[in-house]
Write a protein that binds this ligand. Sequence first.
Ligand code: 5RP
Length: 213
Amino acid sequence: MKQAVAEAALTYVEAGTIIGVGTGSTANFFIDALARIKNRIDGTVASSLATEKRLKSHGIPVLELNEVDGLSVYVDGADESNHYLQLIKGGGGALTREKIVAAASRKFVCIADESKLVDMLGAFPLPIEVIPMARSFVAREMVKLGGKPVYREGFTTDNGNVIIDVHNLEIMEPAKLEAELNNIPGVVTNGLFALRPADVLLLGTPNGVRTVT
Ligand code: 5RP
C-alpha cells in the first residue's frame, strides 16, 4: 500500500520545478519511484539527512532550501491524519525540517496507508523537538497539560536536539495546541501539522489508492 501511494504521488510532480521530499518508509518508496522521472524535475529539497542520502544515491539533485525561491509540492508521510488533513508527524524525528519544507511548498501531498486516518489525533504520541537544556522543563510543562512525556533515549535530531514523545493527549483543537506548544521556551517544533495541514491525502487501501482532499 505504501508503494501504491508513492506511485500515485508522482502525478503531483510538476515538470521543471523543484520539489520537497519527506522522510520515512513511505517517503522512501516515493524517492525510489521519483528516480524513474528524475530528469523531468529541476531538483529536490530534502527534509532530513537520511532523505538527502537516499535521493543522492539515485542521482537525484538535492538543493539547499536557501538556494531556491519556493517548492511546487511537498510529498511526505504521516503518523496520523484526521479528516481535516491535520497531521501528527515526527515518528522518525525529522519534524522540524519537515515542517519548514512543507511551509515552503505550494502544495502538500501526504501519503500513508489507511491505518493512519483517525477521528481524533493523539493516539500516536506527539513528538516534540526540544533544545537539550530544556528537556526536563518542557517535560514538566507537558505533564501540566495532561500528557505523559517520554524522552526518546539515544536519539539526536539532524539539528542536534532531543525528542520528547508525549502520550495520552486528546487533541480536540490541533491548531490551538500546535501554537501553544510552540510558545513554550525550549520547544523547537512540535509534530502537529494543523496550522499548515496537508492539501491532499493519498491513502493506501486493499482496494487501491483513495484520495482525500
Ligand atoms: C518522520 C515522519 C514520517 O513521515 C512519519 O513518521 C511516517 O513514517 P512512515 O512513512 O515510515 O510510516 O514524520 O519524521
